[in-house]
Design a protein around this ligand. Structure first.
Ligand code: FMN
Length: 202
């Protein structure tokens, strides 16, 4: 599927075929595509939790996600988290395949850049990256003939505890992927571009 076509075809699907399963190859393709999303300094700080255990999914659906059926019925359910300190963890590996002079220079800049900007920036950066990786997964799913739903309608603290979220990680939303079995309603109220995009300043 053409990229623009995938962008326009993607919708947030609420009902998935719970009997459909992805092949291992399809799942691998989707997850590998997801981590092609860009990150600042290539720090690749997303950490994905793929929920496989049906009992765990049932528990999340009932106890933390207000009964949303995508949690149990999607063929693939991925929670996006990010390591906000990834920039400090052996940054040479993020540039190991670059030309030697670049591979030496760039990692040295990563630490000072992040230290100077501080905690809030590091958290913001994690969420920018998570958003891009989520959309990458959703468009990849679309191009394989699947549908998806981004989801933040769950108890973030509760799920963080359930998955033993490390202290230096932040929680992002989940993305459910599967075979949609109910069409979404038409887009409910798309704003005109003129209300959203400005020229040069507000
Ligand atoms: C970060 C984020 C979280 C969302 N959380 C949920 C959710 O928990 N459950 C749900 O059904 N839809 C969720 N949505 C889907 C939005 O409602 C949907 O994207 C919006 O209404 C636009 O519709 P469309 O995606 O079909 O174009 C979420 C979307 C985003 C971007």
């Amino acid at each position: 599927m053409d990229t623009l076509e995938a962008i326009y075809a993607r919708r947030s699907i609420k009902k998935f075929d719970k009997n459909h399963t992805l092949t291992d190859a399809e799942e691998q393709t989707l997850l590998e595509a997801t981590i092609q999303a860009p990150t600042s300094f290539n720090i690749q700080h997303w950490r994905l939790v793929v929920f496989r255990d049906p009992a765990l999914r049932q528990c999340i659906r009932e106890e933390f996600a207000g009964g949303q059926s995508q949690v149990t019925d999607a063929s693939l359910l991925v929670l996006f988290t990010a390591d906000v300190k990834a920039w400090a963890k052996e940054p040479e590996r993020y540039w190991r395949d670059a030309p030697p002079d670049i591979a030496e220079l760039v990692p040295e800049a990563i630490g000072p850049f992040h230290e100077k900007r501080g905690d809030q920036f590091q958290r913001d950066e994690a969420h920018w990256s998570v958003g891009m990786a989520m959309q990458t997964l959703m468009l990849a799913a679309q191009s394989l003939g699947y549908q998806s739903c981004p989801m933040i309608g769950f108890n973030i603290e509760g799920v963080a505890k359930l998955i033993n979220l490390p202290a230096d990680h932040v929680m992002g939303p989940m993305v459910a992927v599967g075979k949609g079995i109910k069409d979404p309603w038409p887009k409910p109220g798309q704003l005109p571009l003129s209300e959203i995009a400005f020229e040069d300043s507000f």
